[in-house]
Design a protein. Structure first.
Length: 319
């Protein structure tokens, strides 16, 4: 009975964390839509990283072990930042400028489709017919969404669509890399190291890509909100989910992000609601739902039955 209580509580914790990250990251798309036209994709992304790094640095100021761990593995954090934040978030900001926050967030929901194949290659996780069906359904959803974009599909729109899908691929690789290379790293250390590395990576890029327009108060407030909530808070919780339940389960957050992002985009930014938007969202989320398992956390199993937990870790994940 105690085993089931531990497993049940861990499932509730993972689901609650997913809901929180979904809300934080969903709100980031409309905020980027406010900031990026003035600050640019690079300026918006770099700004949110600076704010997040400052917040996390203050939180960990008295933790010598955290800073020692970040300094010791900073090259690995540079790779993680490139894959998991600096690359994809700059691409997402580019996509939002070229499309809108609702469409970009729905395209971003394809992350678990890429994660299935990356995890199969890198972690030797099993690909089942159920997951292949989810990928196929997701591709149909992307086709419906892209085919119904209200504006003309010109080169700018195609670039934005490509940026969104490339960002989803990078998120998949970054999530699996974090799981494989930072499995025993505390979430706070991961979040701090990633943000510091991301700030460093974008310094030369920001130097050659200055803000396109005059900086006003509204975009600056949006960047501060992005740094505090979606970046510092969101990644703290996200890394906890990866550590507890794995990268595929963590990528389930993309089920929630487009819902909250689209709702905020429509209600706050007056973005259009089209049949393709709703239909593409429903079809993509249906496909993603087939891809995801929400396993219980392994820590309770290790405390109660370490032998069974160890043997479970050796079995491939199936759908």
């Amino acid at each position: 009975m105690k085993n089931w209580k531990a497993i049940g509580s861990s499932r509730f914790a993972v689901v609650g964390a997913l809901l929180l990250v979904g809300m934080l990251w969903g709100s980031s798309f409309p905020l980027v839509a406010v900031a990026a036209p003035t600050l640019g994709a690079v300026g918006t992304t770099h700004g949110r990283f600076i704010v997040a790094a400052l917040v996390l640095a203050l939180i960990t100021a008295s933790s010598r072990s955290t800073w020692r761990a970040v300094r010791h593995r900073f090259p690995a954090f540079l790779l993680l930042a490139a894959l998991n934040v600096a690359g994809p978030l700059t691409l997402v900001a580019t996509a939002i400028v070229g499309l809108n926050s609702s469409t970009a967030s729905i395209l971003n929901a394809t992350t678990p489709m890429f994660t299935v194949f990356v995890a199969a290659f890198w972690l030797r996780q099993k690909i089942t017919w159920r997951k292949l069906s989810g990928v196929a359904i997701g591709i149909v959803g992307v086709s419906v969404l892209v085919g119904g974009i209200p504006s003309a599909i010109d080169s700018r729109a195609m670039l934005a669509i490509g940026a969104s899908l490339t960002a989803a691929l990078l998120y998949a690789v970054g999530g699996v890399y974090a799981r494989k290379s930072f499995q025993d790293t505390p979430p706070l250390t991961l979040a701090l190291g990633q943000q510091l590395a991301a700030v460093a990576l974008l310094v030369p890029v920001s130097a050659v890509a200055p803000p396109p327009g005059p900086i006003t108060v509204g975009p600056l407030i949006a960047v501060v909100a992005l740094g505090l909530g979606a970046t510092a808070g969101g990644y703290l919780v996200y890394f906890w989910i990866i550590r507890q339940a794995g990268p595929v389960a963590a990528s389930a957050v993309t089920l929630l992000v487009p819902i909250s992002a689209s709702a905020i985009g429509v209600l706050w930014l007056n973005e259009p609601v089209t049949f393709a938007l709703v239909g593409g969202l429903v079809i993509i989320l249906a496909g993603v739902g087939l891809l995801l398992d929400l396993p219980p956390t392994r820590d309770p199993l290790r405390r109660v039955a370490p032998d069974r937990a160890a043997s479970a870790d050796k079995r491939p994940v199936s759908g």
